[in-house]
Design a protein around this ligand. Structure first.
Ligand code: TMP
Length: 229
């Protein structure tokens, strides 16, 4: 018997996964499910504070401290937010999760994959998503899509103000974030990482290509969802 429904959405920069996650949430709610939409890094106040450190272009992080911060954010998010929601029977949709760490820190930063898998397992409390949708886009196109928008708007609209106020540091920057600013080779390696993960776990990870419109991409996602829910 399936104990929980945990769906993760992955994709390179500019793949449109945030829009797709929102559309999917709406779809599942229309079907009568109680849905919690969240994201990584982030999802709790502490994890959102870590997100701001991670994405701030002015942060000078070593690859290893970057990895630990993503895992710290995940550990907090799992314990405080995702596990209670899964236990209460909600469908959880998470915009990025463990596969992002394999792709970005493993294939992008070239950190040891065994170490990443071990840390992923610990931080995620051994919970593996039932389904992962990887939205594939070639990086040079995705990076061009990535407009200078405020991605924080839909979930934690006032988080920057909250953190400025409660943590006492200012976290404003404009334009692309620290990871988006990485070179094209980095992003190509990230994509290789995702595609490798999908080959390794074909039952869990489904790959779809970005379509001309977000509605068309959503149709593909819904087809997959309907086979598992
Ligand atoms: P996003 O809002 O575009 O998903 O921003 C999150 C960024 O963090 C994105 O560039 C991917 C990156 N990331 C990692 O490098 N490792 C991770 O484990 C996660 C969850 C995200």
């Amino acid at each position: 018997m399936k104990k929980y429904t945990f769906i993760t959405i992955e994709g390179g920069e500019g793949a449109g996964k945030t829009t797709q996650s929102l559309l999917l949430k709406k779809y599942l709610e229309q079907k009568g499910y109680q849905v919690l939409l969240t994201r990584e890094p982030g999802g709790t106040v502490l994890a959102e504070a870590i997100r701001l450190i991670l994405l701030n272009p002015n942060s000078h992080l070593s690859a290893l401290s970057e990895l630990f911060l993503y895992e710290a954010s995940r550990a907090q998010h799992m314990e405080e937010f995702i596990m209670p929601a899964l236990k209460s029977g909600k469908v959880v949709i998470c915009d990025r999760f463990i596969d992002a760490t394999v792709a970005y820190q493993g294939y992008g930063r070239k950190l040891n994959l065994q170490l990443i898998n071990k840390l992923n397992k610990i931080a995620s409390l051994n919970i593996v998503p039932n389904l992962t949708i990887y939205i594939d886009i070639v990086p040079y196109k995705g990076l061009a899509n990535e407009k200078e928008i405020n991605k924080d708007s839909h979930i934690f609209s006032n988080i920057k103000e909250f953190i400025n106020h409660n943590f006492g540091f200012t976290v404003n920057w404009s334009g692309k974030d620290r990871i988006e600013r990485e070179c094209i080779t980095f992003h190509n390696n990230v994509r290789k990482g995702y595609l490798n993960q999908a080959r390794k776990y074909p039952r869990r990870i489904k790959v779809i290509k970005t379509q001309k419109t977000s509605e068309k991409t959503q149709e593909l996602i819904r087809k997959i969802i309907n086979t598992v829910i």
